[in-house]
Design a protein around this ligand. Structure first.
Ligand code: MN
Length: 250
């Protein structure tokens, strides 16, 4: 199982969540919301090769934390993964929209300058604006749009730009989300929990709740669960470059 977007450090007992992920041999991308959180969060994954820690600066914190951009650039060479980053166009985030744009553009430029990264990107109510920035920074790396909830035509633009998608259980449970997932290329879809922020069955989602997303994808793709899991593993290998490209490492 794969959880490509999870906030491990924000669970009340992160070590226990890590232990459970290890027990279940899960692949986890542990995203962070500030550069200051990266080292401590990386330490949680220490010795666990299937858990990777992304360095992020969440759009909702762009106003308060843009001073940490220099820390972001300093730490970036230490990881191949960036997230959570992006833009948020909901009304409560609009007062610091300019900070969000400044942070996101500077993150993308930094990724270009280090030769590209795998990025987990937030685009709620700002899909068009996120896609424009991605388009203007082609060397930033591989973009995984997390919990994409835009319109169908924006999804198509994202597909055309080469974006990937990480999909959680609740996305597959809503009609709109389901239709979007149905339009995503099967070879560019991964699963995510977005725990502990996202809710599942009335509680914080856990990384292993991606199992429900796998079931949803299996129904949608009309594949047995084993083949759905194989497709997702193949996608992960392609995304992180473990299959055919010996030039990539780490
Ligand atoms: Mn998140």
């Amino acid at each position: 199982m794969i959880d490509l977007h999870c906030h491990l450090d924000l669970y009340p007992k992160p070590e226990r969540v890590v232990q459970e992920c290890v027990k279940r041999t899960m692949y986890v991308l542990s995203v962070t919301t500030t550069p200051a959180a990266w080292e401590g969060t990386s330490a949680l994954a220490s010795g666990h090769d299937r858990i990777r820690t992304a360095i992020g600066l969440h759009p909702q914190l762009a106003g308060q934390r843009k001073g940490e951009l220099s820390r972001f650039r300093e730490l970036l060479p230490k990881t191949r993964y960036v997230g959570e980053v992006g833009l948020d166009g909901t009304p409560e985030c609009l007062p610091y929209w300019h900070d969000q744009v400044e942070v996101f553009e500077s993150v993308l430029r930094a990724c270009v300058s280090v030769g590209g990264r795998v990025l987990s990107v937030h685009s709620r109510r700002a899909e068009k604006e996120v896609l424009s920035r991605i388009e203007s920074h082609p060397g930033a790396g591989k973009i995984v749009l997390h919990w994409f909830s835009g319109h169908r035509r924006e999804l198509q633009r994202a597909v055309d730009l080469g974006c990937w998608f990480s999909v959680g259980p609740s996305m597959l449970h809503s009609k709109n989300g389901y239709n979007l997932v149905a339009a995503m290329p099967q070879d560019r879809v991964l699963t995510e929990s977005d725990g502990p922020f996202a809710m599942y069955q009335g509680r914080s989602a856990m990384p292993w709740d991606v199992e429900e997303a796998v079931r949803g994808l299996a129904r949608l793709w009309q594949l047995p669960a084993t083949e759905t899991n194989s497709q997702l593993m193949l996608n992960l290998c392609t995304l992180i470059g473990k299959d055919t490209s010996p030039s990539e490492s780490g």
